[in-house]
Design a protein around this ligand. Sequence first.
Ligand code: IMP
Ligand code: MG
Length: 174
Amino acid sequence: MEVTVGRILFTEEQIRARAKELAAEICEDYKGESLYLVGTLRGALVWMADIMKEITLETEIDFIVASSYQGMDTTGVVTIKKDIEGDVSGKNVIIIEDIVDTGTTLYKLLDYFKGKGAKSVEICSMLNKPSRRKAPVSPKYNGFEIDDLFVIGYGLDYNQKFRNLPFVGVAELR
Ligand code: IMP
Ligand code: MG
């Protein structure tokens, strides 16, 4: 099976404008507090950069690698392959995610950070596919909702490729 880039769904300009709006909401919601942003590698890299540059509160960043995917299919089993390096106890954690699909990964991560004593845990996702949801997860900060399509670019991959595309496009099979 070969995958190529199909229709463009969101351009870099659209995504950055949305990141700016969400960052403003975040700054308002956490006024007077500090933040601990945890990016989910590798997909959230580009979106996280957009979000963090627009945040004016005191902010720390960290990364986690959790995985439930192979190719285009979720395996349902979430493994943490690389943990965060800092201490989140008493902190306002915002998980920065590329896309919420079944919700399996984030359901596990929400619990994980609460278990580590975070003061609060929310999600800021670039994309959301609500029609695919299996676990009860709804991101408080959400860039765009999309239909049940497999998308690539702007951090999102198909078998580790296409992450460098400066837009989100639909993966086309042939
Ligand atoms: P979930 O646990 O099913 O919500 O899966 C979330 C993770 O699966 C995301 O962080 C992505 O890494 C990956 N994923 C889900 N849908 C897509 C997609 O359409 N394109 C690329 N990766 C995806
Ligand atoms: Mg991911």
